[in-house]
Design a protein around this ligand. Structure first.
Ligand code: NAP
Length: 260
């Protein structure tokens, strides 16, 4: 299937590793010109070089910086002639028992998972409306549908972003600007292995045992891959989703225990 987005310009936030990188690679394979962001310059440049080597025809720019900082977001937007596609993403807050969630932790989580993304969306949508094309994908989490122990902060902030996106999407869809959320369940990235190490420490168990237990609990009997995630993200950025907005697309190997 031709996704119809060759030559468009897209920003992928937090894209040097994991799900952001998978999304960037899939968009690049569809011919999308990209601006990639992450904080660590070296890994970001390595990722950009890898993607560019596989897709020599696209234009690929990078900007190293913390996406929670307003000046970083402004810089990203200014780098391209126009923004047609935006994939919002950031590292999730460190897991923790809610009793240790200080005001500072709350504010940091809201900044990373809500305020920064809402700000970026707000800054790009009017240009998209004017050009009658816009695709926004928020990388949120399966925890939006089903709570995950020790991730209360992250879930609360992501649910707020979901509500914001849902509200504004009704105004934007008539202009062929759509916003959908992609909800990862367990994908084998640094984030997942970090969370499992935390869980193992808390429970006094071996990391390998926690890993094996998590895999066996998933109906797919494996974790997802960044490539699988990226392919779905690219589809949600395609010309084919103009009649689909404010949806929460869950990728979790069937772990969500409901019919709908
Ligand atoms: P990952 O493998 O740890 O990669 C995170 C990426 O984000 C890295 O490129 C990192 O690079 C960048 N990053 C982190 N904080 C940033 C910031 N403030 N500004 C700019 N870039 C930043 O994580 P992942 O698994 O891809 O997770 C991506 C998102 O999905 C996270 O919010 C995570 O909580 C969520 N999620 C993941 C899973 C899963 O199973 N993997 C499940 C549910 C939800 P730098 O460190 O160099 O900045």
């Amino acid at each position: 299937m031709d996704l119809g987005i060759r030559g468009k310009w897209g920003i992928v936030e937090a894209a040097s590793k994991g799900l952001g990188k998978g999304s960037a690679a899939a968009l690049a394979a569809e011919g999308v010109n990209l601006i990639l962001n992450a904080r660590g310059k070296e890994t970001l440049e390595d990722t950009a070089a890898e993607i560019k080597e596989a897709n020599p025809d696209i234009q690929l720019l990078t900007f190293a910086g913390d996406i929670t900082e307003p000046q970083v977001r402004d810089a990203l937007i200014k780098m391209a002639p126009q923004i047609d596609i935006l994939v919002t993403n950031a590292g999730g807050p460190a897991p923790g028992n809610f009793r240790t969630d200080t005001r500072e932790r709350w504010l940091a989580a809201l900044e990373a998972q809500l305020i920064g993304h809402a700000d970026m969306i707000t800054k790009v949508v009017d240009g998209m409306v004017a050009r009658k094309f816009g695709r926004i994908v928020n990388i949120t989490s399966a925890s939006v549908k089903m709570p995950v122990e020790n991730l209360g902060l992250s879930t609360a902030a992501r649910m707020a972003l979901t509500g914001f996106a849902s509200t504004i999407s009704r105004e934007l869809v008539q202009h062929n600007v759509v916003i959908n959320n992609l909800l990862p369940g367990p994908f084998e990235t640094d984030r997942l292995t970090g969370n499992m190490r935390f869980a193992a420490e808390q429970a006094g168990e071996a990391y390998e045992d926690v890993y094996a237990a998590r895999v066996s609990k998933n109906p797919a009997k494996r974790f997802g891959t960044a490539e699988e995630f990226g392919a779905v993200c690219a589809f949600l950025c395609s010309t084919h989703v103009g009649f689909m907005t404010a949806q929460n697309v869950l990728m979790d190997g069937g772990a969500f225990p409901g019919n709908i």
